[in-house]
Write a protein that binds this ligand. Structure first.
Ligand code: ADE
Length: 232
């Protein structure tokens, strides 16, 4: 069983529409749709924005549905200085949480490491990410990036802050769920990956760009996922 998580309805609605033999179950105010996508057994849920909701959703998929892979799909802010543009696809090699910081008590290295995991960067599943990147390249030639995605409980719209995060972590894109889904999965030993389409550049134009491009970008991510699922 593969778990698929999106934060906003637009990030999962088309997947739920495409699902066959589906049944819903609501847990913690989240509706989990179990069924088949392109012949693949899946559970799909919309978790709401942010790290806590997305971690609760991932943990529920792990404990209740026994998922063996979790995929986080949706939109993200792209780091323009790394040539990541609106409409591009980003498949994460790893995720970091840019707002996790205990450096005042644990020092510059230790203060970024996640509790119990002792890492800052959580790697995504190599096979699932490679398949997604390959299918992405077939769908959007030349507009696919592989690299770190940075997660935090903030909608980013300040280019200076974005560049500081990108310089420290090497991130190509920022969003609000991938890192916490990765953390829940890493704690449980369940493989995960993150696939995002760029809706804005997390800069001074992000507030205008996000509503303009979110649907189109989210659906690009969904189209790619549907293509790739039978190979995952
Ligand atoms: N998701 C899409 N755009 C984003 C941004 N600018 N900041 C955080 N999450 C996002």
């Amino acid at each position: 069983m593969t778990g698929i998580i999106g934060a906003m309805p637009v990030e999962v609605d088309r997947l739920i529409e495409a699902m066959e033999n589906k049944t819903p179950e609501t847990i913690s105010r989240m509706t989990f749709w179990r069924g088949e996508l392109n012949g693949t057994p899946c559970v799909v849920a919309c978790c709401g924005a942010g790290k806590v909701n997305s971690a609760v959703c991932a943990q529920t998929m792990i404990l209740r549905y026994g998922v063996s892979l979790v995929i986080n799909t949706g939109v993200a802010g792209g780091v323009g200085s790394r040539e990541v543009r609106i409409g591009d696809l980003v498949v994460a090699t790893g995720v970091v949480q840019h707002d996790y910081d205990t450096t005042p008590i644990d020092g510059p290295e230790g203060g970024r490491r996640l509790p119990l995991l002792d890492e800052e960067l959580l790697p995504t599943d190599a096979h699932a990410s490679a398949v997604l990147a390959q299918e992405a390249e077939a769908l959007s030639p030349g507009r696919v990036h592989r690299g770190v995605i940075a997660t935090g409980d903030q909608f980013m719209s300040d280019v200076n802050r974005l560049h500081a995060i990108a310089a420290r972590t090497g991130a190509l894109a920022c969003e609000m769920e991938g890192g916490s889904i990765g953390q829940a999965c890493a704690l449980a030993g369940v493989p995960f990956t993150v696939l995002r389409a760029i809706s804005d550049n997390a800069d001074g134009n992000a507030v205008e760009d996000f509503p303009k491009f979110a649907r189109e970008s989210a659906e690009k991510s969904i189209a790619l996922l549907l293509r790739a699922l039978p190979r995952l």
